[in-house]
Design a protein around this ligand. Structure first.
Ligand SMILES: NC(=O)N[C@@H](CC(=O)O)C(=O)O
Ligand SMILES: [Zn+2]
Ligand SMILES: [Zn+2]
Length: 346
């Protein structure tokens, strides 16, 4: 039985750090185990221009805990008014690593996202030419489409047409939640997908059976068990197209435990122990490094981290139930089972 494992220091290819007091509270949770993270730009107002990304990066660096070995990889939020030249320059200078596409209204703070995809043609063409990757929140927002079908419908109605019209565009389908997403990404060139920690652990029953569990509500919403199993198979396969993006998305407990609760699970604190548990369950601990530390950098055309992370199996890991912020607590994702894995920096 394997009870210890050393892997290259992981990266998180989809992370919400927020801003201000929340940023300060959550950043150490990620910087502990991760070397880099793709920082989502859905602030209020969103990070649309290069100058805003520079300022946001500097606020993150200023909030960094002492001695941290962590680099934020910045993104720009794509709007119908985005300037391709500004985005291109931000990529060339190394300021940004990706552009993020939110369909308007799809998720938290996405009201500035795209409704008319014709308007972003010049940006898409620039990205296809330069290799600047596009991270996509892959859900349609049409009121008549059932929330559990929104990812599959997005692939057919939006993603596939955009990709066919833009050869060479490099797309990461973010936080895939369905077998449809797994299969589509697996069959296409120039595509990768992030998979979250929580979607490997919960299905829709966990949200709804025995009382509504607001801390399991995120977008895209967790689907049926068959989809969770497809995600597990993809994540543990070693296939370079699939890599970790936690989508750790902190909201204050007051905002989650509400008559209209916010979407997002906060997994920064315990992701690596949870993943070790999941990969061990699947008999695939030897694939964890690919998923968490190697496949993502390869897609983003970066080298893996030189540092390492040690995972050790021992007593039950007593994660904090929540982390404190000056505005109130943020609940840490509870997998609902005991986890025996612990992390340490080498
Ligand atoms: N995943 C979520 O449920 N929420 C994210 C937004 C997102 O990634 O869709 C957030 O910013 O809170
Ligand atoms: Zn999203
Ligand atoms: Zn997200």
């Amino acid at each position: 039985m394997t009870d210890s494992l050393i892997i290259r220091r992981p990266d998180d290819w989809h992370l919400h750090l927020r801003d201000g007091a929340m940023l300060k509270a959550v950043l150490p949770e990620t910087a502990r185990d991760f070397g880099r993270a793709i920082i989502m730009p859905n602030l209020v107002p969103p990070v649309v221009k290069a100058a805003q990304a520079t300022e946001y990066r500097d606020r993150i660096l200023a909030a960094m805990p002492d001695g941290a070995d962590f680099k934020p990889l910045m993104t720009l939020y794509l709007t119908e008014d985005s300037d391709p030249a500004d985005m291109h320059a931000a990529f060339e200078s190394g300021l940004i690593s990706a552009v993020k596409l939110y369909p308007a209204g799809a998720t938290t703070n996405s009201s500035s996202g795209v409704s008319n995809f014709d308007k972003i043609r010049p940006v898409l063409e620039m990205m296809a030419e330069t290799g600047l990757p596009m991270c996509v929140h892959g859900e349609v927002t049409d009121a008549e489409v059932d929330i559990f079908d929104r990812e599959a419908v997005f692939i057919d109605r939006v993603l596939d047409p955009i990709r066919k019209a833009t050869p060479g565009l490099r797309v990461i389908m973010e936080h895939i939640t369905t077998k449809d997403g797994v299969d589509y990404v697996g069959s296409q060139d120039d595509m990768g997908a992030t998979i979250t920690t929580h979607h490997l652990i919960i299905n829709r029953n966990h949200i709804l059976v025995g009382g509504i569990k607001p801390h399991y509500y995120c977008l895209p919403v967790a689907k049926r068990e068959e989809h969770r199993l497809a995600l597990r198979a993809a994540a543990t396969s070693g296939n370079a197209k699939y890599f970790l993006g936690t989508d750790s998305a902190p909201h204050l407990d007051d905002a989650k435990e509400s008559a209209c609760g916010c979407a997002g699970c906060f997994t920064a604190t315990n992701t690596m122990p949870l993943l070790a548990h999941v990969f061990e369950e699947e008999g695939a601990l030897d694939q964890l490094e690919k998923f968490a530390s190697l496949n993502g950098p390869a897609f983003y055309r970066m080298a893996p981290n030189d540092a390492t992370l040690t995972l050790t199996k021992g007593d039950v890991n007593t994660f904090p139930a929540h982390i404190e912020t000056p505005d109130g607590p943020v609940t840490v994702f509870d997998p609902g089972f005991p986890v025996h894995w612990h992390t340490s920096a080498s």
